[in-house]
Design a protein around this ligand. Structure first.
Ligand code: AMP
Length: 399
C-alpha cells in the first residue's frame, strides 16, 4: 500500500510516499519557494538518489503537480502511475476543540479547518491550500487530515483552561491546545510497547525537543497536560521562541518601543529563545554547544536555561501525574543531544531518574539510556510523525 503524506506550509510543502505497515519510505522531498519561484528536492532512500529542480510554483497546485510528476518520472520516479497512490494524509496544525482524532476530508472537515484559522493563522490556510491542491490535481483520491492538536484533546479542564474570564473560553475558544500531538502520540505509544506494561500502569513524560519543543504528561496512554498552549509559543524556550513569559514583558516592550502587538509577537516567535540568549550566535543547538565548549558564556547560558526549563516541566508533570515511570526524549535535540539530555536529567535523581553515561551516548536511535537501577526508565525514541499520519490515513480509508 502507498500513502502520500503531505505537510504544507505557507511557502513550502514536504512529502513522503510510504507504506503505512512496514514504514518503508519509497520517496520523499520538499517543494520550497512556492509563490516566489519554486524549487523541488526529491530523494529516493532505497537508491540514495537525490534530484534538485527549479520548477515554477505560482501556487500549491503546481507544487503538488511537480511532486506527482517526479513520482512517476521514468528516471527518478518510484511509481508507474499516480493511481498507485491509495490515499493522501495531510498534517494540519490546528483542529481547535472540534477534532479529537484524525478524520476523512470532506466539505464539513474543510469548513472546520477554515473555522480554526483564527487559532492557527499561519498554518491552517497553508494546510487547506495543500488539501485543495490535491483535490484539484487528484480528484476523488481519499484524503485524511491529521491534527497536531488532536492528541492533547484528552486534557482535563484544569489543564487546558486559562484563568481568565469564561467568555474568552466559551465565545472565543481561548484555551490550551498543545501541538506536536502526532509526535507525542507516536512516541508515547511506542514507549508503552517498549515498557511491556498496560498503558493504565504507566505515567510517562515525553520531551519533544527540536527547533520547536514541547513536553507532554501521559497517563493511561492519554495526554493529561502539555507545555504549548493556544499557540506553539508557550512552554520551554525554543530555537527562536521565548516560551512562557510574563505577559507584562510584552506590554512593557510594546509601550517603550512603540511596537504593535503583532510586531512584539514576531519578536517573541522569531528573535527570542536560545538564539536571543546566545546573543544571536545561533538557534541551532549544535552551534550553541560548540560555542559553549569554546567558553562563550552566552551560549552556555542559553543551554543552561533550556535544560533548566525542561527539567522544571518534567518535575511539574511528575507532580501532576502523581509519579513517573518513563521519561522519553525525541526530536532533533532529544534524539541527538546527549549533553543536553544529561544536563536535563541532572538533579532528577530524587525522582528516580538515573542515566547510564555509556548508554546516553546514543544518537538518533531507539535505546534505553537509564541505568539498570534507575526506577524511572529513560528512553530515546526517534519520532515518526509521517508514519503516524500514514497509518491514520490507511485506517480511515479502510486500506
Ligand atoms: P528538529 O526540529 O526536530 O529537526 O530538531 C532540530 C534541532 O536538533 C537543531 O537545533 C539541531 O541543532 C538539533 N540537533 C541535531 N543534532 C544534534 C546533536 N548531535 N546535538 C545537539 N543537537 C542536535
Amino acid at each position: 500500500m502507498k500513502i502520500l503524506v503531505i505537510n504544507a506550509g505557507s511557502s513550502s510543502l514536504k512529502y513522503q510516499l510510504m507504506d503505512p505497515t512496514s514504514g518503508e519510505v519509497f520517496a520523499k522531498g520538499l517543494c520550497e519557494r512556492i509563490y516566489i519561484d519554486g524549487k523541488l528536492t526529491h530523494k529516493v532512500p532505497a537508491t540514495g538518489l537525490k534530484v534538485e529542480r527549479d520548477i515554477p510554483m505560482p501556487t500549491h497546485s503546481e507544487a503538488i503537480e511537480a511532486v506527482l510528476s517526479i513520482l512517476v518520472d521514468p528516471e527518478y520516479g518510484v511509481l508507474k502511475s499516480t493511481d498507485e497512490i491509495d490515499a493522501i494524509g495531510h498534517r494540519v496544525l490546528h483542529g481547535g476543540d472540534k477534532f479529537v482524532e484524525s478524520c476523512i476530508i470532506d466539505e464539513a472537515c474543510k469548513q472546520a479547518i477554515r473555522d480554526c484559522i483564527p487559532l492557527g493563522p499561519l498554518h491552517n490556510p497553508a494546510n487547506l491550500m495543500g488539501i485543495e491542491a490535491c483535490e484539484k490535481v487528484m480528484p476523488g483520491k481519499p484524503q485524511v487530515a491529521v491534527f497536531d492538536t488532536a492528541f492533547h484533546m484528552t486534557m482535563p479542564p484544569k489543564a487546558y483552561r486559562y484563568a481568565i474570564p469564561t467568555k474568552y473560553y466559551e465565545e472565543d475558544h481561548l484555551r490550551r491546545y498543545g501541538f506536536h500531538g502526532t509526535s507525542h502520540r507516536y512516541v508515547s505509544k511506542r514507549a508503552i510497547e517498549l515498557m511491556g506494561k498496560p498503558a493504565s500502569e504507566l505515567k510517562i513524560v515525553v520531551c519533544h525537543l527540536g527547533n520547536g519543543s514541547s513536553l507532554s504528561a501521559v497517563a493511561d496512554g492519554k495526554c493529561q497536560d502539555t507545555s504549548m498552549g493556544l499557540s506553539p509559543l508557550a512552554g520551554v524556550p525554543m530555537a527562536t521562541r521565548a516560551g512562557d513569559i510574563d505577559t507584562c514583558v510584552a506590554q512593557f516592550i510594546m509601550n517603550k518601543y512603540n511596537m504593535t502587538a503583532d510586531e512584539c509577537l514576531t519578536m517573541l516567535n522569531k528573535k527570542s529563545g536560545v538564539l536571543a540568549l546566545s546573543n544571536g550566535v545561533s538557534s541551532d543547538f549544535r552551534d550553541l554547544e560548540a560555542g559553549a565548549n569554546k567558553g562563550d558564556e552566552a551560549c552556555q547560558l542559553a543551554l543552561d536555561k533550556f535544560c533548566y526549563e525542561v527539567r522544571k516541566y518534567i518535575g511539574a508533570y511528575a507532580a501532576a501525574l502523581g509519579g513517573l515511570d518513563c521519561l522519553v526524549f525525541t526530536a532533533g535535540v532529544g534524539e541527538n543531544g546527549c549533553t543536553n539530555r544529561a544536563a536535563i536529567c541532572e538533579g532528577l535523581e530524587f525522582l528516580g531518574v538515573k542515566l547510564d553515561p555509556e548508554r546516553n551516548k546514543v544518537r538518533g536511535e531507539e535505546a534505553l539510556i537509564s541505568a539498570d537501577d534507575s526506577r524511572v526508565k529513560v528512553w530515546v525514541i526517534p519520532t515518526n510523525e509521517e508514519l503516524m499520519i500514514a497509518q491514520d490515513t490507511a485506517a480511515l480509508c479502510g486500506k
